[in-house]
Design a binder for this molecule. Sequence first.
Ligand code: GTP
Ligand code: MG
Length: 414
Amino acid sequence: MATVDVQKMPATDTPRTMNLTGHVGFDSLPDQLVNKSVAQGFCFNILCLGETGVGKSTLMDTLFNTHFDSTPSSHDLPGVKLKANTYELKESNVRLKLRIVDSVGFGDQINKEDSWKPLVDYIDSQFEAFLAEELKIKRSLFNYHDGRIHACLYFIAPTGHSLKALDLVTMKKLDSKVNIIPIIAKADIITKTELQKFKGKIMNELKSNGVQIYQFPTDDETVAETNTSMNSHLPFAVVGSSDEVKIGNKMVKARQYPWGTVQVENENHCDFVKLREMLIRTNMEDLRETTHNKHYELYRKHKLEQMGFSDEDTKSLSETYEEKRSQHLAELQKKEDEMRQTFVIRVKEKEAELKESEKELHARFDALKKQHTEEKKKIEERKKKLDDDINLFQQQKAQSQNQASTLPGGKKKK
Ligand code: GTP
Ligand code: MG
């Protein structure tokens, strides 16, 4: 029987190009992938981040052509919170699980120092959940509902002035964790020239503060040209509205004012179409990939390094785990010893305190006893003196009675 010595087989690193003499069928692989993905469905998670009332919910409704349930937030919340809602949408035969995470109370506090913290915590917790699923022995990533944020729409208030410190700090804290797409909200309340200046100012401020925003990819030549041109239009100035107005013989989404109508989907009026095109129609998959390959990868790297794993290490996974385990046990033992020592010291201190108070009590008892004895002695002396006085008085009384009976003419008392 012929045997094959695998180790001695020649290495064939460079593949040879072969010509097929007939149709084999693996050219259907892309179709198989598409079919599988369509059957599985897609998920996309958006974080809507912006001040209360800046137009987040209206824009989401306008973007997805539906009405998501949303209630306006109050302005007096003590801190920033996040509210997540998941929706199942269907277009043709493609199912999309869309999660909209809304920031609530952002920018409403007097002290805004820690406003970014709940956002970072939320994004990290989603990464953590994914990592935990990945590290499970029996993992089910296939039907795992991925909660990682794929795009953060950062709503900039249309001040026409400059970015607020809160915007810069928040974006800086988030830029290594999520794809940030800055947008100027309610762009209809700012003039065309002001808007151009505002856009330029925002981009300069982001650049000078080292804030990395998401850049539409230009490596795929089918979308390179569009994406390059769209990158130069950032931040998109958008208008949202669910109201429909009849223009010509068509119903269009618009905002009506006494002086005219702002059409949401008119590119001369605002960048809404550009945003929808870039976010949903062209780059949704890239946003999902960047989240996984860049942001999640960075989180995973830091987390595994923290856990003691390293690629430079020659140690195997089980060796690293054993090492970490014994380190952890040693730390626990050290803590236990410290706690025991502290306990013994405390007991000794308490004992000394008790002895001290016992001594004090004894001293007080002795003093009281002495005082009592002295007082008793004094009383006895006074009693003796009184007895003596009584005796003397009795004697004197008897004497005076005797004298009276012996006096002439006196009568003897019977
Ligand atoms: P909260 O969820 O309460 O933080 O508010 P929000 O950011 O979701 O804002 P919402 O979409 O509820 O809009 C608040 C108000 O702004 C509503 O009266 C909207 O009609 C109005 N609004 C929304 N989008 C626009 C816009 O593009 N332009 C103008 N001028 N007003 C808008
Ligand atoms: Mg809202």
